[in-house]
Each structure stands twice: as structure tokens, then as C-alpha cells.
Design a protein around this ligand. Structure first.
Ligand code: PS7
Ligand code: MN
Ligand code: MN
Ligand code: MN
Ligand code: MN
Ligand code: MN
Length: 351
């Protein structure tokens, strides 16, 4: 393929792009299409954070091991001897076993890129650590903070990488004034993932994972896991709609951020996940199947979004289609007069 031909022959990068393709098909495509030196930096950035997340997600790893590892994970970027044999499963397990190859590739990046990756990994690991100790996402403020650590910081780091590569205007993208918008780009993706993954996360063995904040679900249930039961479906869907409403609050910031991008490959890299996210929110909204199985965009639709998201006009058009889809469902609910967040959803759709 076109992207395959441009991929490096260096064995460490060969492994990195191969495992990237296996752990995330959709990110792999947008990353491989990036121009110039930033492609390798973003690929390694992704894998380092994916490895950190594999540690966070491994519910079989005891906290005595996990907590210190999350805090020191950023130092392992310089440690050719670090690997784990028994962390994660499948392709994630292989990433952990062969982590020295990621380190080899990391060490070939230029120093400014290395520094951004290490800084963000350090802050994300510390945030993951704090949330394991907290053991519950109580308030909406906590929820925003958790999402800041695991995704908002990625947005901040990526903006800095775009600036360093000069593919985007350093005056705009290296400025701390952009941080809130960069953060929103991450929050929009992460909240969509947390909404869609309700069932996968709560069924996790040996222990459930719960990221929906009590301040929201507490209005609809005594315990978060009640939503699994068919008899609670009505409240479950009202809560789901509240969660979608909360996620939609980041959409306008995401549009503002994307409108500042100037380089085609960076634009596609940023915008494709965002249109997938609003599309996913549209299929999740008022959809009780979220509590029965993984709800995804239809394959043909996500393929269309991948190839048709090229300009800001495309993004506005696609956001409008999905926003109207959510809006028309909300209007139907409004006529029935039951759902507590319809008014707020209609406001978000208008915005
Ligand atoms: C573009 C300004 C460095 C590209 C891309 C690996 C996906 C895995 O998947 O529930 O259900 O297991 O455990 C802003 C990506 C935010 C982060 C967060 C967009 C690195 C990514 C490690 C900013 C992505 C949001 C955990 C943590 O949730 O997931 C722009 C690149 C972006 C990685 C994502 C994921 C967090 C995550 P899953 P979890
Ligand atoms: Mn994960
Ligand atoms: Mn995680
Ligand atoms: Mn998830
Ligand atoms: Mn998942
Ligand atoms: Mn997961």
C-alpha cells in the first residue's frame, strides 16, 4: 500500500508500525499518513501511552506493583532492559514483551520530541496512579480530571509536537492559550470511549472498572452496575443520555481547535477520530443496546468517514448530520415528555 512503502526498514520502527496496526487499526491509518518526521514521533507517542494504559488496565496486576510502575513508567523510555512477560493480553501483551524495541525507536527521535513524550507520560502515569487510589469517579469535576490525564494531556502533547514539526504554526500550537482546546479534543474522544465501553468495563475480570461519575449516575440508580439488568433499562437509557449530553459539551471546542489546523495530514489525523466520536455518540444516544453489547458505527459508515474527512467544511457537514440525528431523537423524547436531559441535549445540538 501507499503508506506501507513509506514505512522505515529499521527493525525497531518495523516492529512499532506492525504492533501499532494491530492495537489500533484506525489510529494506525491516520498516523501512517502523517508527513515527515512527526509520523515516527506520534507512532512512538501512541505506543508508549498504549503500554502505560496496558499497565493501568491490567486488573490482575496487584496495586503494590502497578502503582509504583505507573509513577516510574516515563523513565523506562530510556531503559533498554525493561519488558514485562505477563501484562495485558494478545497484541498488548506482545507490546509489553517487546518493549525494548519501542525504547530503541524512541531513542532515535530528536530530543525535543522525546521530551514531550516523556513529560506527558509522566503526568498521565501520575494521574492514573491518583485515580486508582481514589477508587471512584465521584463528581463531574473528577470525571473531567481523569479524562484530562488519560486523553486531554495527549491533546496538549500533540499540539506541541505539531508546533515543533513546523507543520502547524508554532505561535498558535505551542501557546499555552491553546491548552483548553487541546484538552477538549482529548475529552471528546475519551468520554465517547467511556460511554461506549460501559459494559466492557463493568464486566472486566477479575474486577470491574467504572468511569461514569456518581454525580451523574446517582440520579438514576443506587449502584452503577444496575444498568446491566433489563428491568432497569429506562433509567439506564436516561443516564446514558445524560452522559452523551455531557460529552457533547466539548464538541464546539473541538470544532474551534480543528479550524486552526493548516496542514492536510495533521488535519486528517485530528479530525477523523473526532467525526468518529460524534458519530458514535449519535448511535449511542437513547440506545439501550449500549447495555447489552458493544455499539459501534457500521463498518461502511466509518470507512466513509475515513475517506471523506478532508477539510473543515467536511467536518462541519458531518458534525451537522450527526447533531441533527441526535436532535431529532431528542425532539421525539421531548414530545413524550420523560427524559430529564432533552432540553440540555437540544441546546448542545444547537450550539
Ligand atoms: C488530536 C489534539 C498519541 C495519537 C488522540 C494510547 C484513545 C488508551 O481503548 O478505556 O478502551 O482500552 O483504557 C487530541 C494517541 C486522545 C492514550 C485515550 C486528541 C495516544 C486519545 C492512552 C487526543 C492515545 C484518547 C484510556 C490512554 O482509556 O481505552 C488532538 C496518540 C487523543 C493513547 C485515547 C485512551 C485512554 C487511552 P480502551 P481506556
Ligand atoms: Mn485501555
Ligand atoms: Mn485505561
Ligand atoms: Mn475504554
Ligand atoms: Mn475499549
Ligand atoms: Mn478497556
Amino acid at each position: 500500500s501507499r503508506e506501507a512503502r513509506r514505512l522505515p526498514q529499521d527493525p525497531s520502527f518495523k516492529f512499532c508500525y506492525s504492533v501499532l496496526n494491530r492495537v489500533s487499526r484506525s489510529f494506525a491509518i491516520v498516523i501512517c499518513n502523517l508527513r515527515g518526521e512527526i509520523r515516527d514521533a506520534v507512532c512512538i507517542f501512541y505506543l508508549v501511552l498504549r503500554a502505560l494504559d496496558t499497565v493501568e488496565d491490567d486488573m490482575a496486576l496487584p496495586d503494590e506493583k502497578k502503582l509504583p510502575l505507573l509513577l516510574s513508567f516515563h523513565t523506562l523510555c530510556y531503559d533498554r532492559g525493561f519488558s514485562m512477560d505477563d501484562c495485558g493480553t494478545g497484541d498488548y501483551k506482545e507490546l509489553m514483551e517487546k518493549y525494548p524495541l519501542v525504547v530503541d525507536a524512541f531513542l532515535k527521535l530528536s530530543k525535543p520530541y522525546q521530551d514531550v513524550i516523556v513529560d506527558i507520560t509522566k503526568r498521565m502515569g501520575a494521574g492514573m496512579h491518583d485515580f486508582i487510589e481514589k477508587d471512584e469517579v465521584k463528581t463531574i469535576k473528577d470525571y473531567n480530571l481523569y479524562c484530562h490525564y488519560v486523553a486531554g494531556l495527549v491533546g496538549v502533547g500533540l499540539s506541541n509536537l505539531f508546533a515543533m514539526s513546523k507543520l502547524e504554526d508554532p505561535k498558535v500550537f505551542a501557546s499555552p492559550n491553546l491548552d483548553d482546546l487541546s484538552n477538549s479534543m482529548g475529552l471528546f474522544l475519551q468520554k465517547t470511549n467511556i460511554i461506549r465501553d460501559y459494559l466492557e468495563d463493568i464486566m472486566e475480570e477479575p474486577a470491574p472498572r467504572m468511569f461514569w461519575p456518581r454525580e451523574i449516575w446517582g440520579k438514576y440508580a443506587k449502584e452503577l452496575d444496575e444498568f446491566k439488568l433489563g428491568c432497569n433499562r429506562e433509567k439506564a437509557v436516561e443516564c446514558l443520555n445524560h452522559m452523551v449530553c455531557n460529552a457533547l459539551s466539548h464538541a464546539t471546542d473541538a470544532l474551534t481547535y480543528m479550524s486552526k489546523l493548516r496542514e492536510k495530514s495533521v488535519f486528517a489525523f485530528c479530525a477523523i477520530p473526532q467525526v468518529m466520536a460524534i458519530g458514535t455518540l449519535a448511535v449511542c444516544y437513547n440506545n439501550g443496546e449500549v447495555f447489552e453489547r458493544v455499539v459501534k458505527l457500521r463498518k461502511g459508515l466509518s470507512a466513509q468517514l475515513m475517506v471523506k474527512t478532508k477539510s473543515m467544511e467536511d467536518v462541519y457537514r458531518i458534525f451537522l448530520v450527526f447533531a441533527r440525528d441526535i436532535g431529532s431523537t431528542a425532539q421525539t423524547l421531548q414530545m413524550k415528555g420523560s427524559d430529564p436531559t432533552v432540553e440540555d441535549v437540544l441546546k448542545a445540538v444547537d450550539a
